[in-house]
Ligand binder design. Structure first.
Ligand code: NAI
Ligand code: MG
Length: 483
C-alpha cells in the first residue's frame, strides 16, 4: 500500500506552500497513517491557476469528444487494475469494512467512470425553430473550473461522482477531499494523469474546510462548486459562493424515513431496514435512520430488528467477518454517543447497542443501536446522527405514515415496504424526497439521478441529464439568414 502524502497539482506531487502538514488516522486503531501536506489558500490559488491553464489549453479543449471518452475509460481501467490497493487505502482511512470498499465502492467507481466516459461524446446542443429569418442553435459548453468539495463517508465514490461527469463535460477540476479521508482522492489524481488526462485538468488539494474549502468557494477563478456534506456547511457554501455568483450544487444531509406497512414481506423489510441504517456504519447521507412501522406489527418488528442489529459483527475492518467497521473519527464517535445520550434522556427506549467498543483496546467503534418508541419531536428523530443509530416509531395508517415521513427539514431519500402496489406508488408520489426505494433500500446506479428535496440540497449527482445541467452551460447562437 503506497500512501500519498503530497498535493496533486498540475500533474505532479508538490508540497504545500507553507510546508504545514496534518495527521490522517486509521479509525480502527487511532494510529496516524500519514502526515499529509495541508493545502491552504495559496495552494488553492496554485491549483486553480493550474486548472484554468489546463482548461484553456488546446491539449484539453481541442481534444475531441471521442478521445475524451477514451481517456475516461482508460482511467476506469486503471482504477480497476488498482482496485485492491485503493480499497485497502480506503479501509485504512475511513474504517469501513474492506469487503464494502472492495466489493461495493470500487466496482461502482469503475462503473461511474465508464458511464460518464460514454457520455463524453454524446453531449450536443439543438437547432431551435425561431421567428424570422434566423438560424438559432445552442452549444453545450463546459462551465470551466469546477471546485469539488466532498465528505469522508465514501471518499473515492464521492470523488468519482463529481470528477467523472465534470471531466466528461470538458471541465477542469480542483478537488478538495475531506480532511479525515484524503488518501484515495490523491491517488485518483495521480491515476488520471497516468491515464493520459492532461496535467492540471484534475488537481487534488487535501486540507480543512475553513481554509482550503473556503478558499475554493471564494476563489474568483472557480466557476462552479459541487459540494457534498452537511446541511449547515452547505448553507455557508451557498452564501460565500454568492459573492462571485458561482454555479452551486449541494448534496446535503438527510433523515430518511424507511416505512414498513403491515402487509410487507416482513423478513425482507427487516433486512432492508437493517442495511438501510447499518450499512456503511450509518455514515450514509441517505441512511434510513427513521424507521416507521405500522402499529399492528410494531412490537414484532422491533424485536427482529434488534436481533439483526446484535448480529452485526463489530471488528477489524480488514477481517472478512466484520459487518460494522470503525466510526470515521474520534470526533464523530463522540457525536454519535452524544445522540445516544440524547435519545435516552428524551425518553426513547434503547432496545440494543449504544455502546462504545474497541478492537484490541483501540479504535472508534460503536455497537449497532436501536431506539424504539421514538417521537417525532425528539432530537434523534430530527437531527442527522450519521452513525449506526436507528430511531423506530409506530404509525397508524397511510396518511399518518406520509405525514410522519415528511415531518423533517430533510428530503434526501425514503423507503417503503408493502405488497400493495397502489399504496407504494401513492407513498412514492407524496413523500418529499429525491429518491424513493420500494421494497428495497440503498440502491444506486451511475445512470439514476441522486440528490435532495428541501434542506437536503438541490441539483443531482449521477445520470445524464443531471450531469449536463450541472457541468455544462448553454450558449444560444443566432445567425441572420438574409441581409
Ligand atoms: P462537513 O460538511 O463539515 O464537511 C464536508 C466537506 O466540506 C469537507 O470536505 C470539509 O472539509 C468541507 N468544509 C467544511 N467547512 C467548509 C467551509 N466553510 N467551506 C468549504 N468547505 C467546507 O461535514 P463534517 O463536519 O465532516 O460532518 C458533520 C456532519 O455532516 C455529519 O455528522 C453528517 O451529519 C453530515 N455529513 C453529511 C454527508 C453527506 O454525504 N451528505 C457527508 C458527511 C457529513
Ligand atoms: Mg482517516
Amino acid at each position: 500500500m503506497q500512501i500519498p502524502t503530497r498535493l496533486w497539482i498540475g500533474g505532479e506531487w508538490v508540497d504545500s506552500d507553507e510546508g504545514s502538514t496534518f495527521p490522517v488516522r486509521n479509525p480502527a486503531s487511532g494510529d496516524v497513517l500519514a502526515e499529509v501536506q495541508e493545502a491552504r489558500a495559496a495552494d488553492v490559488d496554485r491549483a486553480v491557476a493550474a486548472a484554468r491553464a489546463a482548461f484553456v489549453a488546446s491539449e484539453w479543449r481541442d481534444i475531441g469528444p471521442h478521445e475524451r471518452s477514451a481517456l475516461l475509460w482508460r482511467l476506469a481501467d486503471l482504477i480497476e487494475a488498482n482496485a485492491d490497493e485503493l480499497a485497502t487505502i480506503e479501509t485504512h482511512d475511513n474504517g469501513k469494512p474492506y469487503f464494502e470498499a472492495r466489493r461495493i465502492d470500487l466496482p461502482s467507481v469503475v462503473e461511474n467512470f465508464r458511464y460518464f466516459a460514454g457520455m463524453a461524446d454524446k453531449i450536443h446542443g439543438a437547432t431551435i425553430p425561431v421567428s424570422g429569418p434566423f438560424l438559432n442553435y445552442t452549444l453545450r459548453e463546459p462551465v470551466g473550473v469546477v471546485g469539488a468539495i466532498i465528505p469522508w463517508n465514501f471518499p473515492l465514490s464521492q470523488a468519482a461522482w463529481k470528477v467523472a461527469p465534470a471531466l466528461a463535460c470538458g471541465n477542469a477540476v480542483v478537488l478538495k477531499p475531506a480532511e479525515q479521508t484524503p488518501l484515495t482522492a490523491l491517488r485518483l489524481g495521480e491515476l488520471a494523469t497516468q491515464a493520459g488526462v492532461p496535467p492540471g485538468v484534475l488537481n487534488v488539494v487535501p486540507g480543512f474546510g475553513e481554509t482550503a474549502g473556503a478558499a475554493l468557494v471564494r476563489h474568483p477563478g472557480v466557476d462552479a462548486i459541487a459540494f457534498t456534506g452537511s446541511t449547515p456547511v452547505g448553507k455557508t457554501v451557498m452564501r460565500e459562493a454568492s459573492e462571485t455568483l458561482k454555479k452551486v450544487s449541494l448534496e446535503l444531509g438527510g433523515k430518511s424515513p424507511n416505512v414498513v406497512f403491515a402487509d410487507a414481506d416482513l423478513k425482507a423489510a427487516v433486512r432492508g431496514a437493517s442495511t438501510g441504517i447499518f450499512y456503511g456504519k450509518g455514515e450514509v447521507c441517505a441512511a434510513g435512520s427513521r424507521i416507521l412501522v405500522e402499529r399492528s406489527i410494531y412490537d414484532d418488528f422491533v424485536g427482529e430488528l434488534a436481533s439483526r442489529a446484535e448480529s452485526m459483527t463489530v471488528g477489524d475492518p480488514m477481517e472478512k467477518t466484520t459487518r460494522l467497521g470503525a466510526i470515521v473519527s474520534e470526533e464523530q464517535l463522540e457525536r454519535v454517543l452524544s445522540y445516544v445520550e440524547a435519545g435516552k434522556s428524551e425518553g426513547a427506549r434503547l432496545v440494543t447497542g449504544g455502546e462504545r467498543t474497541d478492537v484490541n483496546g483501540k479504535g472508534y467503534f460503536v455497537t449497532a443501536t436501536v431506539f424504539a418508541d421514538v417521537e417525532s419531536t425528539m432530537r434523534i428523530a430530527q437531527e442527522e446522527i450519521f452513525g449506526p443509530v436507528a430511531a423506530v416509531m409506530p404509525f397508524e395508517d397511510v396518511d399518518d405514515a406520509i405525514a410522519k415521513a415528511n415531518d423533517t427539514i430533510y428530503g434526501l431519500a425514503a423507503g417503503v415496504w408493502t405488497r400493495d402496489v397502489g399504496k407504494a406508488h401513492r407513498f412514492a408520489r407524496e413523500v418529499q424526497a429525491g429518491t424513493v426505494w420500494i421494497n428495497t433500500y440503498n440502491r444506486y446506479d451511475s445512470a439514476s439521478p441522486f440528490g435532495g428535496y428541501k434542506q437536503s440540497g438541490f441539483s443531482r449527482d449521477l445520470g445524464y441529464e443531471a450531469a449536463l445541467d450541472k457541468y455544462t452551460q448553454t450558449k444560444s447562437v443566432w445567425v441572420a439568414l438574409d441581409d
